[in-house]
Design a protein around this ligand. Structure first.
Ligand SMILES: *Cc1c(COP(=O)(O)O)cnc(C)c1O
Length: 418
């Protein structure tokens, strides 16, 4: 469910015409619906009612302060993977007691900042990291609350680049080594072992891989209990998929009820780290057609947004719906929607049946709220685009379009070149 709908042939975000926003802020821009985001959070959260749980939004999916702040106000926590994301989450008002810190390459300064902030727990991904966190916690005279991120060796049946729970992936600690690492963590004086974690991948459209992972973690928790290591938090990560095209991912309600069936006997607080499922369909990318180009072999629609603004199609061959902002009756043509970047991989939609868009027209690239802006770059010296949030009939600029001055910020021409 989302609030991007047509009224009298014109695309609206909630009750604001997209065309009106474009006229005001120019193109391209990301456009988010607060009602959609809030709805998605509430539905997801409600799916776990009746069991102690904490929802920690995966900040990497969309790190805008306004988005984080909106979620924080609803009680949502944060799953962070860097010191920068910690900074953003705190700046947005996320309760540090609801922050979990994941990632294979936490640096010393990042660990220190998270300890000082008093986050809920660290998801540790290697035995060396255990030693490092123990050392830093010792310096700060703190006890670091830790969970071990287990690699349960589950095939999440998603794109290989976003699969993370297979043995060959770099993430987590293998199940066979987990017991030894838990014993070691238990011995280290400045660690407090509190949890077990996993995250098996992203854009997962079936429930069974999650259940399989849960079963493996349950078995581990049982064995840890025998060793006298009590587990208070079970973090199942994120990864629930959304509909981009024809996929039929489970509804969060189904996902929740299925997981809860397998959790009843456990005395833990469940942590979930959804990213995409909360923001993916709460945002679109609005761009303008610059030119069209038809050759014998190809039909191109060239727009003013490119792979630097939305990397997913180029990176994973991902599908995004492409819709006119103002509908017109006209034929569909087989075409590619491409950007201005000097790379052949720069496309937003490839060889698809698209409306025969004309220069000057506005185009909406759908389902772009997750891993859209957050993966964008300045490649080809393109300022990053504006981000807009619609709430209750008004729209707010939640990130200004970058300027050329910002593009060269911090650069310097050394004396010898002057
Ligand atoms: C990326 C990531 C998530 C979020 O994944 P989604 O597919 O967006 O739900 C959650 N946890 C960890 C550790 C991640 O790396």
């Amino acid at each position: 469910m989302h609030h991007f709908n047509y009224q009298a042939g014109e695309l609206y975000c909630e009750n604001v015409p997209v065309r009106r926003i474009a006229a005001k802020v120019g193109t391209p821009f990301y456009l988010y619906s607060a009602a959609t985001l809030g709805h998605h959070y509430r539905v997801f959260e409600a799916a776990f009612h009746g069991f102690p749980h904490l929802v920690c939004f995966a900040v990497k999916a969309n790190a805008n302060l306004a988005i984080l702040s909106l979620l924080a106000r609803l009680g949502c926590g944060a799953d962070i993977v860097s010191g920068g994301e910690l900074h953003r989450a705190l700046a947005a008002g996320v309760d540090p007691g609801r922050i979990v810190y994941s990632g294979v390459g936490k640096r010393g300064d990042e660990i220190r900042a998270a300890l000082k902030a008093g986050i809920l727990l660290f998801n540790m991904e290697s035995s060396q990291e255990l030693e490092e966190i123990n050392r830093i916690a010792g310096h700060l005279r703190k006890k670091a609350p830790v969970a071990l991120r287990i690699n349960p060796d589950i095939d999440a049946r998603t794109h290989p680049y976003i699969s993370t729970g297979l043995k060959k992936n770099k993430f987590g600690i293998n199940l066979e080594e987990a017991l030894a690492d838990y014993r070691r963590a238990q011995e280290l004086p400045n660690l407090e072992v509190v949890g077990v974690a996993c995250h098996i991948g992203s854009q997962i459209t079936e429930i069974s891989p999650f259940v399989e992972a849960l079963e493996r973690l349950k078995e581990l928790i049982r064995r840890l209990q025998e060793l006298g290591i009590g587990i208070r938090y079970l973090d199942l990560g994120g990864g629930l998929g959304i509909q981009y095209d024809q996929e039929e991912p489970p509804h969060p309600r189904e996902y929740g009820s299925e997981l809860l069936k397998h959790l009843q006997e456990l005395d833990v607080t469940l942590i979930l780290e959804p990213g995409r499922v909360l923001v993916g369909n709460a945002g679109i990318l609005v761009t303008k057609v610059l030119y069209t180009k038809e050759s014998e072999a190809k039909h191109f629609i060239i727009v003013d947004a490119g792979m630097n603004d939305l990397a997913r199609p180029s990176l994973y061959g991902s599908y995004h719906g492409v819709c006119p902002v103002v509908q017109q009756s006209r034929p569909l043509v087989k075409a590619s929607l491409v950007g201005p970047i000097c790379e052949s991989g720069d496309f937003l939609a490839k060889d698809r049946k698209l409306p025969a868009f004309r220069p000057g027209e506005l185009v909406a690239v759908m389902s772009a709220g997750a891993y859209g802006f957050s993966m964008s770059s300045n490649y080809n010296a393109r300022p990053r685009v504006a981000e807009i949030l619609v709430q209750d009939g008004e729209f707010y600029v939640i990130r200004k379009r970058e300027t050329y001055r910002q593009l060269t910020w911090g650069e310097a021409i050394p004396e010898f070149l002057k």
